[in-house]
Design a protein around this ligand. Structure first.
Ligand SMILES: C[S@@+](CC[C@H](N)C(=O)[O-])C[C@H]1O[C@@H](n2cnc3c(N)ncnc32)[C@H](O)[C@@H]1O
Length: 266
């Protein structure tokens, strides 16, 4: 599934550019939709970038893994203007928004690749990165697939390089706490939805109705269906699997009742 690198358009005259689509509005709407599920999403990103700065400094070469619309890349470049970023994803619609939004920015490149493809790294424009960052994405993979992926990520980082995964990582030892927290969170989501918040399904219906996104949205549903089926192993599982994959240190650096940010240091 891996194919050639697309650097961000430097002329602003690609098909996406000609549509006059408001890519910033799509970015904002994606953020609101994701925040409906994760009200503390922005705090997760902030801690992620704090740890990037702490471990590899303010001019990182970033791989934004399963980048979607490029949410991590956007925050990286705003906070670290000297950074560069490669976004990799399989979703043609989210990549259309990403490419439209970052058109003209020579610091950014996007590649289409399936992280389950054993050869996905061949699509990358660089052999190495300082930071591999991912958010709310790797639960689309099953644990066995994720362990393989972690083994493929380690060689992309030199000693001192950092990997971070922010995702749903409930603690399997606390089912009653988990259930109570989930019920409380969903009650808040229901209230927000009644006040007009968009969920995943609503958001994709809007994308399908936009002429600039209708065709890639149809393709993404052919690829994934509604949503891929994966696992949500614990933060301890992620840390242990990262150590087994060749990371010298790995642990949780942030967590909420349902989610965690796990860091692996090469
Ligand atoms: C919920 S979105 C998160 C996007 C972004 N990281 C963010 O925080 O907004 C999950 C992303 O994972 C991507 N993804 C899931 N499985 C993938 C795979 N096998 N290969 C590449 N990307 C994948 C999806 O296409 C989607 O863009």
């Amino acid at each position: 599934m891996a194919d050639a690198t697309d650097t961000a358009d430097t002329t602003g005259t690609t098909g996406a550019g000609r549509t006059g689509t408001d890519w910033q509005a799509w970015q904002d709407s994606w953020d609101r939709q994701q925040e409906w599920y994760m009200p503390d999403r922005e705090e997760r990103f902030r801690v992620m970038l704090d740890m990037v700065e702490a471990l590899v400094g303010p001019t990182p070469r970033v791989l934004d893994l399963a980048c979607g619309t490029g949410s991590i890349t956007d925050r990286v470049l705003k906070r670290f203007p000297g950074a560069t970023s490669t976004g990799v994803d399989l979703d043609p619609a989210l990549l259309t928004i990403a490419r439209g939004h970052f058109a003209g920015d020579g610091r950014v490149a996007f590649v289409t690749a399936d992280l389950k493809d054993p050869d996905w790294r061949s699509a990358l424009p660089h052999a190495g990165y300082d930071a591999v960052l991912t958010a709310t994405a790797l639960h689309w993979l099953h644990s066995e697939e994720l362990a393989v992926l972690y083994g493929q990520l380690a060689p992309l980082l030199a000693p001192g390089g950092v990997f971070m995964n922010a995702d749903h990582m409930p603690d399997p030892a606390t089912p009653r706490i988990n259930a109570a927290e989930r019920a409380h969170r969903h009650a808040g989501m229901d209230r927000a939805k009644a006040a007009g918040a968009l969920d995943w399904r609503d958001w994709w219906a809007l994308a399908a109705a936009d002429p600039a996104l209708a065709e890639p949205t149809a393709r993404r549903f052919e690829i994934y269906g509604e949503h891929a089926d994966g696992d949500t192993p614990s933060a301890d599982w992620h840390a242990e699997t990262l150590r087994a994959a060749g990371f010298a240190e790995a642990r949780t650096v942030w967590r909420s009742p349902s989610d965690a940010l796990v860091l692996g240091l090469k």
